[in-house]
Design a protein around this ligand. Structure first.
Ligand code: PGA
Ligand code: ZN
Length: 425
Protein backbone atom coordinates (compact mmCIF):
# COMPACT_ATOMS: atom_id res chain seq x y z
CA UNK A 1 0.00 0.00 0.00
CA UNK A 2 1.48 3.29 -1.10
CA UNK A 3 0.16 6.64 0.08
CA UNK A 4 -0.33 9.29 -2.60
CA UNK A 5 -1.45 12.11 -0.34
CA UNK A 6 -2.39 12.97 3.22
CA UNK A 7 -4.24 16.09 4.23
CA UNK A 8 -5.53 17.26 7.62
CA UNK A 9 -7.98 19.98 8.62
CA UNK A 10 -9.19 21.50 11.86
CA UNK A 11 -12.86 20.67 12.52
CA UNK A 12 -15.05 20.96 15.63
CA UNK A 13 -16.13 18.14 17.93
CA UNK A 14 -19.57 17.76 19.53
CA UNK A 15 -18.61 20.27 22.25
CA UNK A 16 -17.63 22.90 19.68
CA UNK A 17 -13.95 22.33 20.49
CA UNK A 18 -11.40 21.85 17.68
CA UNK A 19 -10.23 18.42 16.63
CA UNK A 20 -8.48 16.90 13.61
CA UNK A 21 -9.89 15.37 10.44
CA UNK A 22 -7.41 13.63 8.17
CA UNK A 23 -7.78 12.20 4.69
CA UNK A 24 -5.36 9.67 3.25
CA UNK A 25 -5.38 8.84 -0.45
CA UNK A 26 -3.61 5.75 -1.74
CA UNK A 27 -2.11 5.44 -5.19
CA UNK A 28 -4.95 3.02 -5.96
CA UNK A 29 -7.26 6.04 -5.70
CA UNK A 30 -8.92 4.75 -2.52
CA UNK A 31 -9.39 7.26 0.27
CA UNK A 32 -9.97 7.13 4.02
CA UNK A 33 -11.13 9.93 6.31
CA UNK A 34 -10.92 10.10 10.10
CA UNK A 35 -12.25 12.46 12.78
CA UNK A 36 -10.71 12.01 16.22
CA UNK A 37 -12.63 12.32 19.51
CA UNK A 38 -11.49 14.05 22.69
CA UNK A 39 -12.26 13.62 26.40
CA UNK A 40 -13.31 16.07 29.12
CA UNK A 41 -12.75 13.88 32.16
CA UNK A 42 -9.44 12.52 30.96
CA UNK A 43 -7.19 10.08 32.81
CA UNK A 44 -3.76 11.35 33.92
CA UNK A 45 -1.90 8.72 31.90
CA UNK A 46 -3.60 9.23 28.55
CA UNK A 47 -1.35 10.10 25.63
CA UNK A 48 -0.62 13.78 25.10
CA UNK A 49 -3.23 15.78 23.20
CA UNK A 50 -1.48 18.41 21.10
CA UNK A 51 -3.26 21.78 21.21
CA UNK A 52 -2.07 25.21 20.11
CA UNK A 53 -2.39 26.96 23.50
CA UNK A 54 -2.93 30.18 21.57
CA UNK A 55 -5.48 32.08 23.68
CA UNK A 56 -6.56 34.20 20.71
CA UNK A 57 -8.18 31.16 19.03
CA UNK A 58 -10.73 28.75 20.51
CA UNK A 59 -9.61 29.53 24.03
CA UNK A 60 -6.22 27.92 23.36
CA UNK A 61 -7.81 24.67 22.11
CA UNK A 62 -6.97 25.05 18.41
CA UNK A 63 -5.23 22.13 16.70
CA UNK A 64 -3.48 24.00 13.88
CA UNK A 65 -0.07 22.77 15.07
CA UNK A 66 -1.26 19.18 14.77
CA UNK A 67 -2.72 19.93 11.33
CA UNK A 68 0.57 21.52 10.23
CA UNK A 69 2.50 18.52 11.53
CA UNK A 70 0.38 16.17 9.43
CA UNK A 71 0.44 18.34 6.30
CA UNK A 72 4.20 18.90 6.66
CA UNK A 73 6.39 16.50 8.59
CA UNK A 74 4.13 13.43 8.49
CA UNK A 75 3.30 13.96 4.82
CA UNK A 76 7.02 13.93 3.96
CA UNK A 77 7.46 10.80 6.02
CA UNK A 78 4.65 8.66 4.60
CA UNK A 79 3.94 9.76 1.02
CA UNK A 80 5.26 7.29 -1.56
CA UNK A 81 6.40 4.89 1.14
CA UNK A 82 5.27 1.27 0.85
CA UNK A 83 3.44 -0.02 3.95
CA UNK A 84 2.62 -3.68 4.30
CA UNK A 85 0.56 -3.43 7.47
CA UNK A 86 -1.27 -1.13 9.87
CA UNK A 87 1.39 -1.92 12.45
CA UNK A 88 4.17 -0.76 10.14
CA UNK A 89 2.37 2.53 9.60
CA UNK A 90 1.60 3.07 13.31
CA UNK A 91 5.10 2.01 14.36
CA UNK A 92 6.67 4.55 12.00
CA UNK A 93 4.67 7.41 13.51
CA UNK A 94 5.34 6.20 17.04
CA UNK A 95 9.07 5.90 16.48
CA UNK A 96 9.17 9.31 14.83
CA UNK A 97 7.50 10.71 17.92
CA UNK A 98 9.90 8.77 20.13
CA UNK A 99 8.14 9.27 23.48
CA UNK A 100 6.02 6.99 25.63
CA UNK A 101 3.00 9.31 25.70
CA UNK A 102 3.32 10.70 22.16
CA UNK A 103 4.34 14.08 23.56
CA UNK A 104 6.09 15.29 20.40
CA UNK A 105 3.64 14.70 17.57
CA UNK A 106 0.59 14.37 19.84
CA UNK A 107 -1.65 11.34 20.37
CA UNK A 108 -4.48 13.10 18.54
CA UNK A 109 -2.17 13.74 15.55
CA UNK A 110 -0.98 10.13 15.34
CA UNK A 111 -4.45 8.63 15.91
CA UNK A 112 -5.93 10.81 13.21
CA UNK A 113 -3.43 9.42 10.68
CA UNK A 114 -3.75 5.88 11.99
CA UNK A 115 -7.55 5.81 11.64
CA UNK A 116 -7.44 7.44 8.19
CA UNK A 117 -4.87 4.85 7.05
CA UNK A 118 -7.10 2.02 8.34
CA UNK A 119 -10.07 3.39 6.43
CA UNK A 120 -8.11 3.95 3.21
CA UNK A 121 -6.71 0.40 3.24
CA UNK A 122 -10.16 -1.00 4.09
CA UNK A 123 -11.56 0.74 1.03
CA UNK A 124 -8.72 -0.43 -1.18
CA UNK A 125 -9.42 -4.03 -0.14
CA UNK A 126 -13.16 -3.60 -0.73
CA UNK A 127 -13.92 -4.62 2.86
CA UNK A 128 -16.03 -3.34 5.71
CA UNK A 129 -13.90 -1.62 8.34
CA UNK A 130 -14.80 -4.33 10.88
CA UNK A 131 -13.43 -6.98 8.49
CA UNK A 132 -10.14 -5.12 8.11
CA UNK A 133 -9.82 -4.62 11.88
CA UNK A 134 -10.64 -8.30 12.42
CA UNK A 135 -7.86 -9.25 9.99
CA UNK A 136 -5.42 -7.38 12.23
CA UNK A 137 -6.89 -8.61 15.50
CA UNK A 138 -6.97 -12.28 14.45
CA UNK A 139 -3.83 -12.06 12.35
CA UNK A 140 -5.67 -12.45 9.01
CA UNK A 141 -7.50 -15.61 10.12
CA UNK A 142 -10.80 -14.13 11.20
CA UNK A 143 -14.04 -16.07 10.93
CA UNK A 144 -17.40 -14.50 10.09
CA UNK A 145 -18.82 -16.42 13.07
CA UNK A 146 -16.65 -14.34 15.41
CA UNK A 147 -18.65 -11.25 14.58
CA UNK A 148 -21.24 -10.54 17.25
CA UNK A 149 -23.20 -7.47 18.18
CA UNK A 150 -22.33 -6.01 21.60
CA UNK A 151 -24.50 -5.51 24.65
CA UNK A 152 -25.10 -1.75 24.73
CA UNK A 153 -24.64 0.29 27.88
CA UNK A 154 -27.05 3.07 26.99
CA UNK A 155 -26.65 6.42 28.71
CA UNK A 156 -29.88 7.93 30.04
CA UNK A 157 -28.84 10.49 32.67
CA UNK A 158 -25.57 12.24 33.39
CA UNK A 159 -23.85 14.52 35.83
CA UNK A 160 -20.27 15.29 36.82
CA UNK A 161 -18.18 17.23 34.32
CA UNK A 162 -20.44 16.07 31.48
CA UNK A 163 -23.69 17.26 33.05
CA UNK A 164 -22.87 20.48 34.87
CA UNK A 165 -22.60 18.48 38.14
CA UNK A 166 -26.32 17.66 38.24
CA UNK A 167 -25.10 14.55 40.08
CA UNK A 168 -21.66 13.42 41.25
CA UNK A 169 -22.02 10.16 39.37
CA UNK A 170 -20.93 10.97 35.82
CA UNK A 171 -23.00 8.45 33.85
CA UNK A 172 -26.17 6.50 34.54
CA UNK A 173 -26.53 3.87 31.84
CA UNK A 174 -29.04 1.05 31.41
CA UNK A 175 -27.95 -2.43 30.33
CA UNK A 176 -30.56 -4.58 28.62
CA UNK A 177 -30.81 -8.26 29.53
CA UNK A 178 -29.79 -9.84 26.22
CA UNK A 179 -31.48 -13.16 27.05
CA UNK A 180 -34.71 -11.27 27.09
CA UNK A 181 -34.19 -8.95 24.10
CA UNK A 182 -32.45 -11.46 21.83
CA UNK A 183 -31.00 -9.00 19.32
CA UNK A 184 -29.04 -5.77 19.47
CA UNK A 185 -31.71 -3.89 17.54
CA UNK A 186 -34.47 -5.06 19.89
CA UNK A 187 -32.39 -4.17 22.96
CA UNK A 188 -31.50 -0.76 21.55
CA UNK A 189 -35.09 -0.01 20.56
CA UNK A 190 -36.27 -0.86 24.07
CA UNK A 191 -33.52 1.23 25.67
CA UNK A 192 -34.62 4.17 23.54
CA UNK A 193 -38.20 3.72 24.76
CA UNK A 194 -36.93 3.89 28.34
CA UNK A 195 -35.00 7.07 27.47
CA UNK A 196 -38.20 8.72 26.17
CA UNK A 197 -40.16 7.66 29.25
CA UNK A 198 -37.50 9.18 31.50
CA UNK A 199 -38.16 12.43 29.62
CA UNK A 200 -41.82 12.17 30.64
CA UNK A 201 -40.98 11.41 34.29
CA UNK A 202 -38.72 14.49 34.38
CA UNK A 203 -41.47 16.58 32.81
CA UNK A 204 -43.98 15.42 35.41
CA UNK A 205 -41.60 16.57 38.15
CA UNK A 206 -41.12 19.92 36.46
CA UNK A 207 -37.42 19.14 35.94
CA UNK A 208 -35.31 20.32 33.05
CA UNK A 209 -34.91 17.96 30.10
CA UNK A 210 -31.68 19.58 28.85
CA UNK A 211 -28.96 17.18 27.75
CA UNK A 212 -25.37 16.72 28.90
CA UNK A 213 -22.31 16.26 26.68
CA UNK A 214 -23.11 12.64 25.87
CA UNK A 215 -26.83 13.20 25.32
CA UNK A 216 -28.20 12.05 28.70
CA UNK A 217 -30.65 14.14 30.76
CA UNK A 218 -28.85 16.31 33.28
CA UNK A 219 -31.45 18.11 35.43
CA UNK A 220 -29.92 20.49 37.96
CA UNK A 221 -33.08 20.18 40.08
CA UNK A 222 -32.11 16.70 41.32
CA UNK A 223 -31.79 16.39 45.09
CA UNK A 224 -28.79 14.04 44.93
CA UNK A 225 -27.35 10.96 43.25
CA UNK A 226 -30.15 8.66 44.36
CA UNK A 227 -33.03 10.58 42.81
CA UNK A 228 -31.58 9.82 39.39
CA UNK A 229 -31.84 6.07 40.15
CA UNK A 230 -35.49 6.55 41.16
CA UNK A 231 -36.35 8.51 38.02
CA UNK A 232 -34.69 5.96 35.74
CA UNK A 233 -36.51 3.07 37.45
CA UNK A 234 -39.81 4.89 36.92
CA UNK A 235 -38.89 5.39 33.26
CA UNK A 236 -38.15 1.66 32.86
CA UNK A 237 -41.52 0.74 34.38
CA UNK A 238 -43.41 3.38 32.41
CA UNK A 239 -41.94 1.93 29.23
CA UNK A 240 -43.42 -1.44 30.21
CA UNK A 241 -40.24 -3.17 31.37
CA UNK A 242 -39.12 -4.69 34.65
CA UNK A 243 -36.35 -3.10 36.66
CA UNK A 244 -33.67 -5.69 37.31
CA UNK A 245 -35.10 -8.33 34.98
CA UNK A 246 -35.12 -6.38 31.74
CA UNK A 247 -32.68 -3.61 32.58
CA UNK A 248 -29.95 -3.13 35.13
CA UNK A 249 -27.73 -0.14 35.75
CA UNK A 250 -24.21 0.46 34.45
CA UNK A 251 -22.55 3.37 36.23
CA UNK A 252 -19.51 5.44 35.42
CA UNK A 253 -18.65 6.97 38.78
CA UNK A 254 -15.60 8.73 37.30
CA UNK A 255 -14.32 9.03 40.88
CA UNK A 256 -11.03 10.73 39.94
CA UNK A 257 -13.07 13.78 38.89
CA UNK A 258 -14.21 14.53 42.45
CA UNK A 259 -11.24 13.16 44.39
CA UNK A 260 -9.25 15.91 46.07
CA UNK A 261 -5.58 14.91 46.01
CA UNK A 262 -4.65 17.22 48.90
CA UNK A 263 -7.34 16.29 51.39
CA UNK A 264 -7.58 12.74 49.93
CA UNK A 265 -11.34 13.08 50.15
CA UNK A 266 -14.09 12.39 47.64
CA UNK A 267 -16.09 15.64 47.41
CA UNK A 268 -19.72 14.88 46.56
CA UNK A 269 -21.09 18.28 45.59
CA UNK A 270 -24.68 17.20 44.93
CA UNK A 271 -24.89 15.67 48.42
CA UNK A 272 -22.66 18.26 50.14
CA UNK A 273 -20.44 15.50 51.55
CA UNK A 274 -16.68 15.05 51.88
CA UNK A 275 -15.92 11.37 52.22
CA UNK A 276 -12.81 9.37 53.08
CA UNK A 277 -12.08 6.39 50.82
CA UNK A 278 -13.75 4.04 53.33
CA UNK A 279 -16.84 6.25 53.54
CA UNK A 280 -17.06 6.54 49.75
CA UNK A 281 -16.87 2.77 49.39
CA UNK A 282 -19.51 2.34 52.12
CA UNK A 283 -21.89 4.73 50.34
CA UNK A 284 -21.36 2.92 47.03
CA UNK A 285 -22.08 -0.41 48.68
CA UNK A 286 -25.41 0.95 49.97
CA UNK A 287 -26.35 1.88 46.40
CA UNK A 288 -25.26 -1.50 45.07
CA UNK A 289 -27.53 -3.23 47.61
CA UNK A 290 -30.47 -0.98 46.95
CA UNK A 291 -30.44 -0.81 43.14
CA UNK A 292 -29.90 -3.49 40.49
CA UNK A 293 -26.38 -2.62 39.39
CA UNK A 294 -24.62 -4.59 36.67
CA UNK A 295 -21.35 -2.72 36.31
CA UNK A 296 -19.34 0.10 37.85
CA UNK A 297 -16.62 2.11 36.12
CA UNK A 298 -13.89 4.02 37.98
CA UNK A 299 -15.32 3.44 41.47
CA UNK A 300 -12.10 4.83 42.98
CA UNK A 301 -9.43 7.38 42.15
CA UNK A 302 -7.04 6.45 39.31
CA UNK A 303 -3.94 6.15 41.55
CA UNK A 304 -5.50 3.98 44.25
CA UNK A 305 -4.32 0.60 42.91
CA UNK A 306 -4.56 -1.15 46.29
CA UNK A 307 -8.07 0.23 46.86
CA UNK A 308 -9.13 -1.13 43.47
CA UNK A 309 -7.69 -4.54 44.33
CA UNK A 310 -9.60 -4.80 47.62
CA UNK A 311 -12.81 -3.53 46.04
CA UNK A 312 -12.55 -6.06 43.21
CA UNK A 313 -11.82 -8.84 45.69
CA UNK A 314 -14.93 -7.91 47.65
CA UNK A 315 -17.39 -7.01 44.86
CA UNK A 316 -15.88 -8.50 41.70
CA UNK A 317 -17.97 -11.69 41.89
CA UNK A 318 -21.22 -9.75 41.65
CA UNK A 319 -20.25 -6.72 39.61
CA UNK A 320 -18.41 -5.95 36.41
CA UNK A 321 -15.71 -3.54 37.61
CA UNK A 322 -14.35 -1.47 34.74
CA UNK A 323 -11.07 0.43 34.66
CA UNK A 324 -11.08 3.61 32.56
CA UNK A 325 -8.85 6.37 34.00
CA UNK A 326 -7.01 3.62 35.90
CA UNK A 327 -5.88 1.85 32.71
CA UNK A 328 -6.15 4.39 29.86
CA UNK A 329 -6.16 1.65 27.16
CA UNK A 330 -2.47 1.15 27.92
CA UNK A 331 -1.14 -2.42 27.67
CA UNK A 332 1.38 -1.87 30.48
CA UNK A 333 -1.25 -0.51 32.85
CA UNK A 334 -3.73 -3.25 31.88
CA UNK A 335 -0.99 -5.81 32.64
CA UNK A 336 -0.49 -4.20 36.03
CA UNK A 337 -4.24 -4.37 36.64
CA UNK A 338 -4.22 -8.06 35.71
CA UNK A 339 -1.23 -8.78 37.99
CA UNK A 340 -2.82 -6.99 40.94
CA UNK A 341 -6.40 -8.15 40.16
CA UNK A 342 -7.47 -4.51 40.30
CA UNK A 343 -10.52 -4.89 37.98
CA UNK A 344 -12.34 -7.49 35.92
CA UNK A 345 -13.14 -5.39 32.85
CA UNK A 346 -11.36 -2.82 30.68
CA UNK A 347 -12.64 0.35 29.03
CA UNK A 348 -11.21 0.93 25.56
CA UNK A 349 -10.81 4.38 24.01
CA UNK A 350 -8.75 4.83 20.84
CA UNK A 351 -7.53 8.29 21.75
CA UNK A 352 -6.32 7.31 25.23
CA UNK A 353 -3.49 5.38 23.56
CA UNK A 354 -3.40 7.06 20.16
CA UNK A 355 -3.21 4.38 17.47
CA UNK A 356 -5.32 1.61 15.97
CA UNK A 357 -2.63 -1.06 16.54
CA UNK A 358 -2.17 -0.25 20.22
CA UNK A 359 -5.94 -0.16 20.78
CA UNK A 360 -6.27 -3.66 19.30
CA UNK A 361 -3.35 -4.79 21.51
CA UNK A 362 -5.20 -3.48 24.58
CA UNK A 363 -8.33 -5.45 23.67
CA UNK A 364 -6.22 -8.55 22.97
CA UNK A 365 -4.41 -8.56 26.31
CA UNK A 366 -7.72 -8.01 28.14
CA UNK A 367 -9.50 -10.83 26.30
CA UNK A 368 -6.56 -13.23 26.59
CA UNK A 369 -6.63 -12.73 30.35
CA UNK A 370 -10.33 -13.38 30.71
CA UNK A 371 -11.41 -9.76 31.13
CA UNK A 372 -14.36 -8.30 29.28
CA UNK A 373 -13.91 -5.05 27.42
CA UNK A 374 -16.12 -2.06 26.73
CA UNK A 375 -15.54 -0.03 23.56
CA UNK A 376 -16.20 3.60 24.44
CA UNK A 377 -16.87 6.98 22.87
CA UNK A 378 -15.58 10.25 24.39
CA UNK A 379 -17.55 13.21 25.64
CA UNK A 380 -16.12 15.24 22.75
CA UNK A 381 -17.22 13.11 19.79
CA UNK A 382 -17.34 13.43 16.04
CA UNK A 383 -19.48 11.89 13.34
CA UNK A 384 -16.87 9.18 12.79
CA UNK A 385 -18.39 5.75 13.49
CA UNK A 386 -15.05 3.88 13.68
CA UNK A 387 -15.78 2.46 17.15
CA UNK A 388 -18.92 0.67 15.95
CA UNK A 389 -16.79 -1.42 13.59
CA UNK A 390 -14.16 -1.86 16.28
CA UNK A 391 -16.59 -3.53 18.66
CA UNK A 392 -17.72 -5.96 15.92
CA UNK A 393 -14.18 -6.81 14.83
CA UNK A 394 -12.99 -7.84 18.28
CA UNK A 395 -14.28 -10.01 21.14
CA UNK A 396 -15.27 -6.85 23.08
CA UNK A 397 -18.56 -7.57 24.85
CA UNK A 398 -19.99 -4.11 25.42
CA UNK A 399 -20.36 -0.76 23.71
CA UNK A 400 -20.72 2.57 25.48
CA UNK A 401 -21.77 5.10 22.86
CA UNK A 402 -23.85 7.56 24.93
CA UNK A 403 -27.56 8.36 24.83
CA UNK A 404 -29.86 7.75 21.85
CA UNK A 405 -30.16 11.48 21.31
CA UNK A 406 -27.35 13.31 19.55
CA UNK A 407 -26.09 12.80 16.02
CA UNK A 408 -22.50 12.03 17.00
CA UNK A 409 -23.76 9.22 19.30
CA UNK A 410 -26.49 7.94 16.96
CA UNK A 411 -24.15 7.61 14.00
CA UNK A 412 -22.40 4.82 15.96
CA UNK A 413 -25.60 3.07 17.06
CA UNK A 414 -26.99 3.36 13.54
CA UNK A 415 -23.84 1.79 12.12
CA UNK A 416 -24.37 -1.16 14.50
CA UNK A 417 -27.93 -1.51 13.21
CA UNK A 418 -26.54 -1.55 9.67
CA UNK A 419 -23.90 -4.16 10.57
CA UNK A 420 -26.55 -6.32 12.28
CA UNK A 421 -28.42 -6.36 8.99
CA UNK A 422 -25.29 -7.11 6.93
CA UNK A 423 -24.38 -10.04 9.20
CA UNK A 424 -27.85 -11.55 8.87
CA UNK A 425 -27.59 -11.79 5.08
P1 PGA B 1 -14.55 11.60 28.76
O1 PGA B 1 -15.58 10.71 29.59
O2 PGA B 1 -14.66 11.23 27.35
O3 PGA B 1 -14.94 12.98 29.09
O4 PGA B 1 -13.21 11.25 29.33
C1 PGA B 1 -15.94 9.41 29.28
C2 PGA B 1 -15.67 8.48 30.43
O5 PGA B 1 -15.19 8.90 31.49
O6 PGA B 1 -15.90 7.30 30.28
ZN1 ZN C 1 -15.17 6.72 32.42
Amino acid sequence: MKIKNIHAREILDSRGIPTISTEIELWSGDKGVSEVPSGSSTGKTEVFELRDNDPSRHNGNGVLKAVETINGKIKELVVDKEFTSQKEFDDLLNSTDGTELKSNLGGNTILSCSMAFARAVTNSLGLNLYEYLAMIYWDKEYKESNFKLPTPMVLVMEGGKHGNWATDIQEYMIVPNMDKFKSFSEAFKSSTEVFHNIHDVLNERGYSVGLGLEGGYAPKELTGNEEAFEIIMKGIEKAGFKVGDDFKFALDLASSEFFNEESEKYILKSEKKELSTEEWIALQKEWYKKYPIYSIEDPLNQDDWSGWTSLTEELGKDLVIIGDDLLTTNVKRIQNGIDTKAMNSVLIKLNQIGSVTETLDAIRISTDNGLSSVISHRSGETNDDFIADLVIATPADFCKFGAPSRGERLVKYNRLLEIEEILKR
